[in-house]
Design a protein around this ligand. Structure first.
Ligand SMILES: C[S@@+](CC[C@H](N)C(=O)[O-])C[C@H]1O[C@@H](n2cnc3c(N)ncnc32)[C@H](O)[C@@H]1O
Length: 343
């Protein structure tokens, strides 16, 4: 079947779409990753790297979009011969000058000096993080998609401990903790080589996390990043260790050059609007839970946010949870309670 996304059209095999990474068919296409590709295209359109690598081709849609919509010279790598054939046809269909290399992405990463490497494997990204960080150019960018959410959210406790050497509880904060755990892992992998990956854009959507990093070399930079990795107190429990620093770059998000065909997609635009404003603090308060604790029905979230702002707090919604409120400086429970009661 033909799929149109952004400015490109690709042929994908007629298999039912799945939410997760389960279907490992040639030419794997997942519509719920459009938002991931949209934001990656907008990012590349803004930072304009010399050369980008779509390391895990699938149908080639990502790399073809990088070339077509961000104007960035792009290589696509793909190991599966049937997928490579689908990618070759899709490049041709779009009259696109993307280069396909049928090979393991780690060898392709070593053969060129990329300014951006996109890591989007099935499941955990951990096996590819070192190669991407070590081979991207100094000052370049690495985008990492992770779909091993059961490990990152702590719902598969043993996998969380084994892969990420962490302990996290499953609650309303689980996706923010999961993103922060992924960032911690990437920073620690980089630090082993004196490479410092700084998160610029981070989000959760559906079954995946996505973080785009800028990668600079330097031991001092690594030490600065590592000083922001710590255990955190979550409702009296010690969890983590997690990345506790900023997860978004205001400088990037406020100057993001979003092409019209991407801005038209409400899901993508709404998510970008959240990301621009929400990185005011680590974690948030769930309005419903706070109201339940004091035996009240929750008022509208916008009402509570307005009341907190009137008291001088910077209160915002977060994409991590529909009834989550981020507040800076951190609101004492009493202030949230007052805002719920209208005091
Ligand atoms: C999750 S899909 C990629 C989806 C694609 N990036 C997109 O946005 O639609 C993963 C793809 O990577 C390919 N792959 C797996 N291991 C690889 C490797 N080491 N090097 C290159 N490609 C690989 C698989 O055959 C599969 O087509």
């Amino acid at each position: 079947m033909l799929v149109r996304e952004g400015l490109v059209e690709v042929e994908v095999p007629d298999v039912p779409e799945t939410k997760g990474p389960g279907k490992k068919m040639p030419g794997f296409y997942n519509g719920s990753q459009k938002i991931n590709r949209d934001i990656s295209v907008a990012f590349l359109n803004t930072v304009k790297p010399n050369l980008s690598l779509d390391a895990f081709g699938g149908t080639g849609i990502r790399g073809i979009r990088f070339r077509e919509e961000a104007g960035v010279p792009t290589v696509i790598s793909e190991t599966n011969p049937a997928s490579a054939e689908i990618i070759r046809k899709n490049i041709e269909r779009n009259g696109n000058r993307t280069t396909l290399i049928q090979a393991d992405c780690e060898s392709v990463m070593r053969d060129f000096l990329f300014g951006f490497i996109d890591v989007d494997p099935y499941g955990s990204a951990l096996p590819y993080i070192d190669s991407a960080l070590r081979n991207v150019r100094n000052g370049g960018y690495v985008g990492i998609t992770a779909t091993d959410l059961s490990a990152l959210t702590g719902s598969a406790e043993k996998a969380t401990a084994r892969r990420y050497r962490a302990r996290v509880g499953v609650d309303s904060l689980k996706h923010e903790k999961g993103v922060r755990l992924l960032i911690r892992a990437v920073i620690e992998h980089g630090a082993a080589f004196d490479i410092a990956p700084v998160p610029l854009i981070s989000f959760w959507h559906s079954h995946f996390y996505r973080v785009i990093f800028q990668v600079n070399h330097g031991a001092t930079r690594c030490d600065e990043l590592l000083s922001n990795i710590d255990a955190v107190d979550v409702g009296g429990n010690v969890e983590g260790p997690l990345w506790t620093g900023k997860i978004e770059s205001e400088a990037i998000l406020s100057t993001l050059k979003v092409p019209d065909q991407i801005a038209e997609d409400r899901n993508t635009s709404e998510l970008l609007a959240y990301l621009k404003s929400e990185d005011t603090s680590i974690f948030f308060t769930d309005l419903n839970e706070a109201a339940r604790k004091i035996g009240m029905d929750p008022p509208r979230i916008s009402t509570v946010i307005d009341r907190l702002r009137e008291k001088g707090f910077t209160a915002v919604r977060t994409h991590f949870f529909p009834t989550g409120i981020k507040c800076s400086p951190k609101c004492p429970d009493q202030e949230i309670e007052n805002a719920i009661r209208g005091n």
